[in-house]
Ligand binder design. Structure first.
Ligand code: ISE
Length: 348
């Protein structure tokens, strides 16, 4: 598939804001077998500035031109969610593998249309950037559950805390942008769909921006009746904390305890450090996700063919749960998740 003299995969990174610029740096320094050959951003100066710092890379103004470019083998989408549908469909049309940062698209209908289009092609080209699946701790938890040692999982308790969020963050984004990770984690760990969700709003943090319903408690139920609760608190002012505890028939298991180095110093101080943000906490997960994606695409597949990489269906399922979550945020009541049966889509 790749045509560089080194045999590297030639990648276009679309959207070079915080996340996209991180991915460009990752692909250019820590990932082997890939070269960033094209970058694009609606802020053209930003794309030009990044391209200027990378050998053999150029800025392309139109994202659809970047996707169609014959010198591009594969695409990373870190563009705003509302642009994803068009860009994903273009990747499918041009037969290019694409690693798409969440969300797949911004509503269920367009997400389903993308799932169907990919299924019609009979080829998995889309991977969604649910990076937690590649985190060592989540991978160990998954292996433990799959190994059966703990028996049947029954309940999961999660905490998802951010020190702060941008001022543009609203209450629905706590569901769509933050909770979406636990939605995918639930589906990944338990291998089943989520059928209902309720969002409970405790008294808001006085330190949160006016009108932001923070914290929120999400209560989800899976198809087989497992219970999942998630505390979402995105204005703690402390650090980045993501904890997950699964309680099963024969025991329980917990990850995300932040027990790296524990230090004891005078006068009687005991403790360690917590990651300041998601990029630090999940840096390893992003690197593993990208390396596996590059390796798989170079041999003509996607990580779904080789590992448990999340695909378009996982993006659609997450969108459906979040849609129900936002409805519950507004009504306060449990809401059933409405999604089509996977078996009804040939090849999905
Ligand atoms: C952000 O978009 C992420 O994906 C982070 O992992 C999450 O912790 C944060 O709440 C989101 O805003």
């Amino acid at each position: 598939m790749s045509k560089t003299t080194t045999g590297d995969l030639r990648v276009a990174v679309l959207g070079v804001g915080v996340m996209g610029a991180d991915h460009v740096a990752r692909l250019s320094s820590r990932i082997s077998g890939a070269q960033v050959v094209v970058v694009n951003d609606y802020v053209t100066e930003k794309a030009e500035q990044i391209a200027a710092g990378i050998d053999g890379c150029r800025a392309v103004v139109d994202p659809l031109d970047a996707i169609a470019d014959p010198d591009v083998d594969a695409v990373v989408l870190a563009t705003p969610g509302p642009t994803h549908e068009k860009q994903l469909l273009a990747c499918l049309e041009h037969d290019k593998s694409v690693l798409c940062e969440k969300p797949l698209t911004t509503d269920i209908e367009t997400s389903l249309a993308v799932v169907k289009r990919e299924a019609e092609l009979g080829k998995r080209l889309i991977q969604v950037g649910f990076m937690r699946r590649f985190d060592h701790e989540y991978a160990r938890l998954k292996a433990l559950l799959d190994g059966g040692e703990l028996g049947r999982p029954l309940v999961m308790h999660c905490a998802h805390r951010n020190p702060a969020v941008p001022t543009s963050f609203d209450s629905a984004m706590i569901v769509r942008d933050s909770l979406v990770h636990e939605v995918d984690v639930t589906r990944f760990l338990f291998d089943e769909e989520i059928v209902s969700i309720q969002i409970v709003k405790p008294a808001a943090n006085p330190g949160a921006p006016h009108g932001l319903a923070d914290p929120q408690i999400a209560i989800m139920r899976t198809a087989s009746g497992k219970h999942v609760d998630v505390e979402l608190f995105v204005t703690t002012g402390v650090a980045y904390e993501v904890r997950t505890e699964v309680v099963a028939e024969k025991g329980s298991a917990m990850i995300g305890l932040d027990v790296g180095l524990v230090r004891k110093t005078a006068p009687g101080i005991w403790g360690g450090q917590i990651a300041p943000g998601f990029r630090e906490r999940f840096g390893q997960a992003y690197d593993t996700e990208f390396q596996r994606w590059v390796d798989a695409v170079r041999v003509g597949g996607t990580t779904q063919d080789y590992t448990d990489g999340p695909g378009a269906w996982d993006g659609y399922a997450a969108a459906a749960v979040c849609e129900a979550g936002v409805a519950s945020l507004n009504s306060g009541l449990p809401v059933e998740v409405a999604m089509v049966d996977r078996a009804s889509i040939d090849g999905a």
